[in-house]
Write a protein that binds this ligand. Sequence first.
Ligand code: EPZ
Length: 416
Amino acid sequence: MSKFIIEGQKPLVGEIPVYGAKNAAIKMIAASVLVSGVTILDNVPDILDIQKIIAILEKMGAKFQRSSHHLEIDTRALKASNPDPTLVAAIRASIVLVGPLLARFGTVSIPHPGGCTIGSRPIDLHIKAFRDLGVEVTEGKNIYTFRATHQAPGPVVFSNISVTATENILLFASAQEEKITIKNAAIEPEVLDLIVFLSQAGAKIAVQDRTIKIEGTKNLKAVKHRVIPDRIEAGTFAILAAATKNDLKITQMNPKQLTALLEKFSQMGIAFKQGEDFLEIKSSEHFSSINISTAEYPGFPTDLQSPMGLLLSQAQGQSRIKENLFEHRLGYLKELQKMGGNVRFLNPQEAEISGPTPLYGARLESLDLRAGATLLIAGLIAQGRTEIKHAENIDRGYEKIEERLRAVGARIKRVS
Ligand code: EPZ
């Protein structure tokens, strides 16, 4: 277990590069199960969640070659076996292996994939969607078995929007000869990037609002694909610049994926300049409070809710933040209170944040990866020294974050 130590209030200047989207790359690694040949991915971040998905497929016989952000995947020797339950339980995203393994081998059993501190993370939407497609799903004691049948697939109609459930069905459907329709689908940029990947592999996929029509094929071919930039990393760094009141340029990213955040910045009076692949934050001494309510894309992303909560602690006035997607995603505000943050919890999903309040270094715990990144930023703002335990939680989603922050002048180090 390692921790980060940060000396706050150092001036920051320069550029922070953004790496590939964790939540797109994971699904393309899963998609490599569907194709015969070598899948080639570029811009794949070297983070724990990616290493965990690779470990699951390596144990089943897949071969991986990685050099920096370039990843080659050969699944031709993949054995028809169940993924290692312990490895599956260690990462929630492993749920997206069900669609591809089921399509390839006809059956797959998994334990409930890892939840995390932000909520129970049920998989009922995944199960119902597969049953809509005629897949037989039996639930044992913490083991779920999926078995493909010859029943004609019905339309999948999601009662609630789910990113990985949409992706699971997309992956399975891309390898089926019958036409499959998904209604009330998630349309996050990572879902759309997976659709680009699967289309390049030979599936015919049309997206209209939240309806996706898929015409799959048994002969998907291996593709070469560059993963889109990680919009959550990009948004986290943009909030870091605004909250620490430094001019910073966030590069290798796509500002068009951050419309919801940039609309809030404009309303708060935070100045920025955007280009094709960069966002320049102009330090604003004062910016005003605002209310945030998270929603599915294109609404305000839940994965930026915690960094935004920190920014609101530095805004002029009273803000309200409402987390609508997960039941335990305001925990970081308790850590912020330890630093001097002025927070009033209205209910488990809603809080009032008053600012601007000075923050003071403290000993903190990083709960989930987004909360961990938030506390890192808080440490950069705070007077004095901040320690953040469980640095590995942050490593799950942000590659070499302390190196990228040191490069713009942050005083941060990792100690075991
Ligand atoms: C994906 O999780 C992301 N993870 C999450 O990012 C992200 O926060 C989330 O989408 C929302 O955008 C990956 O892509 C690996 P959901 P996912 O299914 O698919 C409920 C990060 O920090 N639900 O869209 O698991 C669920 O409880 C992570 O990178 C059911 O009720 O999220 C939640 O309230 C955190 N039943 C809501 O739907 C289900 O079967 C949205 O969840 C599935 C989900």
